[in-house]
Design a protein around this ligand. Structure first.
Ligand code: PEP
Length: 251
């Protein structure tokens, strides 16, 4: 199972900047990316075409969408359909990122609709889950992660191809804050995620990837990636520069 090294560029980079960063990343990783790593770039929609061009035909690179609306097409002003992402060369998409849950108010149920519909339309899905600092302090981590996973995966068919489903554990208090979960916290949360996947999908759970996300940087990537049940990382801030993200990919 290749580790999935994902760069979430959020609402950063004009398309020319995205193109430059993607090209620099391809250059930095040429011959340097470990065989067991898959690099996924998730730029803003407006940069998908440029990034696609930059990574086209480069083995080990993939393109993803940050979001979509769970419908084929229709009168949904401002939204984008999964088929439009596929049409732009995306093979992955995110659902349930904490910024969408907490800023845009997306519910567990809506996130679940996206996961199921995205899979149906041919995308590999990354379901993001994670507790806020208050939930952690109140001892609710397991309850929150279980709820987000059960609702987020509710519509996923039992015969899903396991490689097409990834869960990203991203404690909300560690996203964009510079705070990182310590090894014990990551181990415990990832073991919990694996056990919930196992309850739902049986042995297939061991072929599904679990990413860690939350202030991953070149200095802590190697330790995080060496932990049990960590099958990749989802990186925001430190993925914006080709230099730091290439160091994370090769960590
Ligand atoms: C993210 O956007 O999913 C993320 C983890 O951001 P950061 O790496 O900046 O904490």
């Amino acid at each position: 199972m290749k580790k999935l090294m994902a760069a979430n560029w959020k609402m950063y980079k004009l398309h020319s900047e995205a193109k430059d960063t993607a090209e620099a990343l391809v250059k930095a990783l040429k011959g340097a990316a470990p065989e067991d790593r898959e690099v996924l770039i998730i730029p803003p929609f407006t940069a998908l075409r440029s990034v696609r061009k930059a990574i086209k035909k480069v083995p080990g690179f993939a393109l993803g969408g940050q979001n979509f609306f769970p419908s084929m097409q229709g009168a949904y002003t401002g939204e984008i359909a999964p088929d439009m992402l596929v049409d732009m060369g995306c093979s992955y998409a995110l659902a349930g990122h904490s910024e969408r849950r907490h800023i845009m108010g997306e519910s567990d149920e809506f996130v679940g609709k996206k996961v199921a519909f995205g899979l149906e339309r041919g995308l590999s899905m990354i379901l993001c889950v994670g507790e806020t600092i208050d939930e952690r302090k109140e001892g609710k981590l397991a309850e929150v992660v279980r709820r987000q996973m059960l609702e987020g995966l509710a519509g996923v068919p039992a015969d899903v191809v396991p490689e097409r489903l990834t869960v990203a554990y991203e404690p909300v208090w560690a996203i964009g804050t510079g705070l990182t979960a310590g090894p014990r916290e990551v181990l415990d949360a990832h073991a919990l995620v694996r056990s919930i996947l196992q309850e739902k999908f049986g042995q297939k759970a061991f072929e599904m990837r679990i990413q860690y996300g939350g202030s991953v940087k070149p200095e802590n990537a190697s330790e995080i990636l060496s932990l049990d049940n960590v099958d990749g990382v989802l990186v925001g801030g430190s993925s914006l520069s080709a230099d730091s993200f290439s160091k994370i990919v090769t960590a």
